[in-house]
Write a protein that binds this ligand. Structure first.
Ligand code: ZN
Length: 449
């Protein structure tokens, strides 16, 4: 039964559920009808309490966290057990408690640290009677919940960090991880930050400004993982095709935020592309004139590629489409390796691939007469050249290719039809007016006669 209605108008009775809305009021609630929902809720609980059948309470979905582990690798828990004093914290001046060197890291019914007798047996900090250290260590989430704060102030030996330093650097701009991070590590880390903020130790409540969830790599539709035991080391592919082709191939498998299936055949295609880039760039070294690029189709293509790759990588984290755009540029360049803009196009392709293929691009950069590509700024697209980017439109007569038009991007359908009908090559295949014309935007004009 419905017990609320929107502040304005009536609820849609045909809908099985009613969404909560701002200012909703109670209905079908006896004496509480017409009250705003939050106030009505309080009044109902008050009456239940007056009748002795209930009381108000706040529930947190939060549970205790037992964070000690029977592992060697973890932060020692700085407490000592004394028969006289009980549990005694290790005094500040004796911190940090460091892990001892041990022979065997495996737990054997007792924590690995228990075997380090000399480390375990210490005098009680309070009464100096023989006492024992805690031998379990903290869960790794204790460290991972705040280690990024220590990064901001790593040489501080007085405190974990200084507030001014962590407030300067945080919150973190971008958190990249699998979607499992959103439900596990992020919950611990965010909880930790809220506690530190409540204590006045940091000036922010949310540690991560943006979360980017990467997809899984699958093999036969099974997620590749340590647990599944189906991991494939990259070494054999690096050995065969080089690290550049390997890295490009991984990024080219698909959008980074979606799962992608690992295939071995794709790396061969990528290795072919790297060899093609090599050949085309060396042709440019040999054939292309030195000097500034001219305002031609290839220079415009290069600027459009810079703009696309910059946006794909910088804003969208889309590496596969960025690499595809450079492949297109290399294709265009291969048709005109001796042109006036060829050097610029080759340098652009090499520069845009440098983050993923640093070896081959550095070598080509040097052969193109430059040096130290890694010290160069990221290429900048010339906005003036982007505005009148030209595109190629295929012109067909009855579905057969008869001509190609090179027109500014954004040319209207009517203009395209007029240009197509004005073409000598098209007119040669027409006899009178066309029966109709079909325009596929950005692609082709088909004249049906
Ligand atoms: Zn004691």
């Amino acid at each position: 039964r419905r017990v609320v209605r929107p502040a304005e108008g009536e609820a849609d009775e045909a809908e099985p559920y009613l969404a909560h809305t701002e200012g909703e009021v109670l209905v079908n609630s006896g004496e509480f009808d017409g009250l705003p929902a939050p106030e009505g809720g309080r009044r109902i609980v008050e009456r239940l309490e007056a009748e002795g059948s209930g009381r108000p309470a706040v529930n947190f979905r939060i549970r205790d966290w037992g964070f000690s582990r029977q592992r060697y690798w973890g932060c020692p828990i700085p407490v000592v057990y004394c028969d006289v004093c009980g549990i005694v914290p290790v005094p500040d001046e004796q911190l940090p408690v460091l892990l001892p060197d041990i022979e065997d890291y495996k737990p054997k019914g007792r924590p690995p640290l228990a075997q380090a007798e000399e480390w375990v047996n210490v005098p009680c900090p309070a009464c100096e009677a023989p006492a024992r250290r805690e031998t379990e260590t903290m869960d790794t989430f204790v460290d991972s919940s705040w280690y990024f704060l220590r990064y901001c102030d790593p040489w501080n030996d007085e405190a974990p960090f200084e507030r001014a330093a962590v407030d300067y650097w945080n919150p973190i701009d971008l958190y990249i991880g699998g979607v499992d991070h959103a439900t596990v590590h992020m919950i611990y880390a965010r909880f930790w930050m809220k506690v530190l903020n409540d204590l006045g130790l940091i000036g922010f409540r949310e540690p991560f400004a943006r979360f980017y969830s990467n997809g899984w790599v699958t093999l036969g539709n099974v997620k590749i993982s340590k647990r599944a035991g189906n991991a494939i080391g990259p070494e054999q592919f690096v050995e065969m095709h080089g690290a550049d082709a390997c890295r490009l191939n991984i990024l080219f498998l698909g959008p980074a935020n979606e799962d992608m299936e690992w295939t071995e055949s794709s790396i061969e295609g990528m290795a072919r592309f790297v060899r093609r880039l090599w050949r085309v760039a060396l042709e440019v070294c040999e054939l292309a004139p030195e000097g500034e690029p001219v305002d031609d189709a290839l220079a415009r293509k290069a600027h459009a590629t810079i703009a696309k790759v910059t946006d794909d990588v910088g804003r969208r984290f889309a590496f596969n489409t960025a690499i595809a755009a450079v492949m297109e540029l290399v294709n265009e360049l291969s048709r005109d390796t001796g042109g006036r803009s060829a050097r610029f196009a080759a340098e652009t392709a090499v520069s845009l691939l440098q983050p993923y293929a640093p070896h081959v691009t550095e070598e080509l950069w040097e052969r193109l007469g430059r040096s130290r590509l890694w010290t160069q700024p990221w290429p900048a697209a010339d906005a003036a050249l982007l505005e009148h980017e030209t595109i190629e439109i295929a012109v067909q007569v009855n579905g057969k290719l008869r001509d190609r038009l090179h027109v500014p991007a954004g040319t209207s359908d009517d203009e395209l039809i007029a240009l197509a009908l004005a073409s000598e090559r098209v007119r040669a295949h027409m006899n009178g007016d066309p029966r109709r014309t079909i325009v596929v935007p950005g692609r082709l004009v088909n004249v049906v006669v």
